[in-house]
Design a protein around this ligand. Structure first.
Ligand SMILES: C[S@@+](CC[C@H](N)C(=O)[O-])C[C@H]1O[C@@H](n2cnc3c(N)ncnc32)[C@H](O)[C@@H]1O
Length: 404
């Protein structure tokens, strides 16, 4: 048992999870090809996303460690408030995050709200109070019920309400001629404020500067670092869900901008912590992206976790929405089953068509996709124990929408 735990730890610690998971599956007698035969699936409905509603409040991710809450006023994680401390000053929809376990933010006997013991007798009125506040924010009833458990440790992961709320000058100051030292990554250490709609020149609606390349699940940023000098005029963004990894990439970019390796460089790359599977339309406009990269995504071997894969028929409709007609989607992995899964999803989707190999000759991105990311290097370094790297490129085809 200890040896098995050590092996699992070793495989994950060395980031050899792809190899490791497969190995463990074999050991446990689990099928190594868990995805079944996609060709057996029934015909998919044809549809195109024409418009998307963006959620304005984002929940479900812990931005702060357990025992702390995200103080929206200060933009920092704060220790949760103890009994008797006032919480009235926070908007009602945030109040459920503020008090320590066993307490809830509630007004009693006509006084201002403070952290008081959870009282089931008042749960209904508390719920109604939260409900009226939450409905206008678009929080689902299920989320509301979760909020009712006033002891939940999760805080709010900040998110732009729409592309109009994103100030790209904070991410690419060199291009917007407004130098800022402070890193803004949407992490606890380097938070971003999204206080309201940003002037069009800075949110990408007007002016020449818009993000055109997106690295989804950028990990430690190897692809961005490699592509930056190849396309110095293109703004490119990495989206990464892990807090510390995002901080690492942000600091890596900042160091290059400050001339860590000679001349200042990499002004055209940036990174944001977010869940790319959920919030792309909160950051990008219809038809904005020229290239999307999915390099060595997490494989999610188990069939029950298939919905977590970052390329699926449904998500491709969202990717098609934010991609420009003619734009290119690259995917690469060393997991053959996952490659086939991603290929099948793209082939089945009416808004994507495979780019034939002859058209990819001389594609400056392909080399970086298959060799420059940290995962690609890991596979290469496995030497004779290594795997092939599988990749494909698909073109976004068809019009943007009926309305153009
Ligand atoms: C196996 S790593 C690959 C990293 C990098 N692309 C490379 O090739 O080296 C997958 C990365 O995707 C990130 N990730 C997984 N799901 C994500 C999501 N929904 N949104 C953003 N990043 C995600 C993970 O945190 C992880 O860093």
């Amino acid at each position: 048992m200890i040896a098995k735990a050590a092996l699992i730890w070793f495989l994950s610690a060395t980031e050899g999870y792809a190899v490791g998971t497969k190995f463990l599956q074999k050991k446990r007698g689990l099928p190594v090809e868990p995805f079944g035969h996609r060709s057996e699936q029934t015909t998919k409905p044809l549809f195109q996303v024409l418009d998307l509603k963006k959620p304005t409040v984002v929940e479900g991710q812990c931005l702060c460690p357990t025992g702390q809450f995200w103080n929206i006023k200060e933009g920092l994680c704060f220790k949760k408030y103890g009994a008797g401390i006032g919480c009235e000053a926070f908007p009602p929809e945030y109040q459920k995050h503020i008090c320590q376990d066993g307490l809830q933010c509630r007004a009693e006997n006509g006084s201002n709200a403070s952290c008081v013991a959870c009282a089931h007798a008042t749960a209904l009125s508390y719920r109604m109070q939260q409900q009226s506040a939450s409905l206008s924010q678009g929080i689902s009833d299920r989320k509301l019920s979760e909020g009712l458990a006033c002891c939940g440790p999760c805080s709010v992961l900040r998110c732009s309400a729409s592309p109009d709320h994103v100030d790209w000058s904070a991410h690419f100051p060199f291009f917007f001629e407004c130098p800022q030292d402070r890193l803004q990554l949407n992490t606890a250490e380097n938070p971003i404020e999204y206080p309201g709609v940003v002037p069009d020149e800075r949110n990408g609606k007007a002016g020449p500067h818009q993000v055109r390349f997106l690295d989804v699940g950028c990990g430690f940023g190897g692809l961005l670092m490699a592509l930056s000098p190849k396309f110095p005029d293109k703004l490119m963004l990495g989206m990464e869900i892990r807090e510390q990894v995002t901080n690492y990439v942000g600091k890596r970019i900042q160091a290059m901008r400050q001339g860590a390796e000679g001349e200042p460089s990499h002004h055209n790359v940036s990174v944001i912590r977010t869940n790319a599977m959920k919030f792309l339309p909160n950051y990008f406009r219809k038809g904005q992206l020229e290239k999307m990269f999915f390099c060595f995504p997490d494989p999610h071997f188990k069939r029950k976790n298939a919905r977590r894969r970052i390329i699926s028929y449904g998500l491709l409709s969202v990717y098609a929405y934010v991609m420009a007609p003619g734009g290119l989607l690259y995917h690469a992995t060393d997991v053959k089953d996952l490659h086939e899964w991603m290929d099948t999803a793209c082939e089945e989707h009416p808004l994507f068509r495979r780019v034939p190999p002859e058209e990819l000759e001389g594609d400056a991105c392909l080399e970086a996709v298959t060799a420059e990311t940290e995962e690609a290097k890991r596979v290469k370094n496995l030497g004779r124990f290594g795997h092939d790297v599988y990749f494909s490129v698909f073109r976004r085809v068809g019009p943007l929408s009926d309305g153009g």
